[in-house]
Ligand binder design. Structure first.
Ligand code: NAD
Length: 326
C-alpha cells in the first residue's frame, strides 16, 4: 500500500522503543524530518542504530514528565506520534504510581506542549486494555468495559484527556488502540517482556516456555507494519476522521496454543531441535482478559486502513529478524 507521507516534521515520543523506533525509521525512509524524545526507561540506543546518523534525525534525551522537555521537543514540529509510556499490566500492578506519572501526567504534558506549539495533529498510542472486562467480541470502539489494571486506567484516561483537548482547545487528536503488537526490535528480555519475543528467545535457546493458563486465551496479534500504516494514515486522514479513537489490529484472533504452534513451526526451519522443546503451563495472570479480537471496520472506513500482515505472515518476518539479530 503506497502512502504519500513526505516532507513533514514529526515528533515521535518513545522513539527509542519498539514501536517508536520502527516509526522513526519508516518516516525517515519516506523523506520526513524526525525528532525523537525518549528517556531510555525501556528504550535502547541500539534501536536507533540504523538511522541515528541520518541528517533528518534529531534525538532529544528527555522525560515526558518534564513539561520543559515536551515544549522543547514540540517546537516547530508539524505532527506528534506519541508512543512514550510505561507498558505492561504487571508493571503497573507492581508500581501504579510510576505508571500513572508517566502515562497520565506525561501524556497531559505532551498535550499541553502540543497545544502551546500549535501542533497540527496529535496521534497517540492508546490500548486494547481499555476494553477491560467487556466480554463482547469483536471489540467495537464505543463499547468498553471496566478497566482491569492500573495500566488500563492510564490508557483510558489518555482518551478522556485527548477528547477534552480537542473540544476545549481545538487540538486535533487521534487515538490508536493497539492490540498486542509484535515484530522486529521488540525486547525479549526483562520481567515485563511481551509473549512473542519472550517465547521466540526461549525456543531459540531450547528452553521450555511457559504459557499462562491453559493456552486457550486468544489475542488479536498485530504485526508492527500494520501499526506503522495506521499511524501514517492518521497523519494524513481528513478532518472528518479526527478527535476519536480506532482499533489497530489485524482483525482476527488466535489462541496462545496456536501461536506457540506457529512459532515452533517457523523456528524449526532454522533449527529442527526446536520442534522438540516442551511447553509448560502456569497459572493465569492477574488482569488478563480471556479473549481479545478487534473489529477494524472503523479504521478501514475512516482512515482507509488495510492491514497487510496476518499473524502467520508477520511471525515469519519477526522470526527471521530474531534469528539474525538475537
Ligand atoms: P517500549 O517500552 O518499547 O517503548 C516505550 C518507549 O517510551 C521507550 O523507548 C521508553 O524509554 C520511552 N519512555 C518511557 N517513559 C518515558 C518518559 N517518562 N519520557 C520519555 N520517554 C519515555 O513499548 P512499545 O511496545 O513500543 O509501546 C509504545 C506505546 O504503545 C506505549 O504507549 C504502549 O503503552 C502502547 N501500546 C503498546 C502495545 C504493544 O503490544 N506493544 C499495545 C498497546 C499499546
Amino acid at each position: 500500500m503506497k502512502i504519500n507521507l513526505i516532507n513533514k516534521k514529526i515528533l515521535v515520543t518513545g522513539g527509542a522503543g519498539f514501536i517508536g523506533s520502527n516509526l522513526c525509521e519508516q518516516l525517515l525512509l519516506k523523506g520526513n524530518k524526525v525528532v525523537c524524545l525518549d528517556n531510555f526507561a525501556t528504550g535502547k540506543k541500539e534501536n536507533l542504530e540504523s538511522f541515528e546518523e541520518n541528517k533528518n534525525f534529531t534525538l532529544i534525551k528527555g522525560d515526558i514528565r518534564n513539561l520543559e522537555d515536551c515544549l522543547k521537543a514540540t517546537k516547530n514540529v508539524d505532527y506528534v506520534l506519541h508512543q512514550a509510556a510505561l507498558g505492561s499490566v504487571p508493571r503497573s500492578i507492581k508500581d501504579p504510581i510510576t505508571s500513572n506519572d508517566v502515562n497520565v501526567s506525561g501524556f497531559l504534558n505532551m498535550l499541553v506542549a502540543s497545544k502551546e506549539n500549535n501542533i497540527k495533529r496529535f496521534v497517540y498510542a492508546a490500548s486494547s486494555s481499555t476494553y477491560g472486562d467487556s466480554k463482547a467480541l469483536p471489540k467495537i470502539e464505543d463499547k468498553i468495559g471496566k478497566p482491569l489494571s492500573p495500566y488500563a486506567i492510564t490508557k483510558y484516561v489518555n482518551e478522556l484527556y485527548a477528547d477534552i483537548f480537542s473540544k476545549t482547545y481545538g487540538l486535533e487528536t487521534i487515538g490508536l488502540r493497539y492490540f498486542n503488537v509484535f515484530g522486529r526490535r521488540q525486547d525479549p528480555n526483562g520481567a515485563y517482556a511481551a509473549v512473542i519475543p519472550k517465547f521466540v528467545s526461549q525456543l531459540m535457546n531450547l528452553e521450555s516456555p511457559t504459557i499462562n493458563g491453559d493456552g486457550n486465551y486468544s489475542r488479536d496479534f498485530t504485526y508492527i507494519d500494520n501499526v506503522i500504516q495506521a499511524n501514517f494514515l492518521s497523519i494524513l486522514a481528513d478532518k472528518k476522521a479526527v478527535n476519536t479513537v480506532y482499533n489497530v489490529a489485524y482483525g482476527d484472533r488466535n489462541t496462545l496454543n496456536d501461536l506457540m504452534g506457529y512459532l515452533k513451526k517457523y523456528l524449526s526451519e532454522y533449527n529442527a531441535e526446536i520442534n522438540d522443546v516442551e511447553i509448560t503451563y502456569g497459572p493465569n495472570r492477574q488482569g488478563d482478559i480471556p479473549h481479545s479480537h478487534a473489529s477494524v471496520e472503523k479504521a478501514k472506513k475512516l482512515l482507509n486502513y488495510n492491514p497487510q500482515f496476518s499473524l502467520q505472515k508477520g511471525l515469519k518476518e519477526a522470526v527471521n529478524w530474531y534469528w539474525k539479530n538475537l
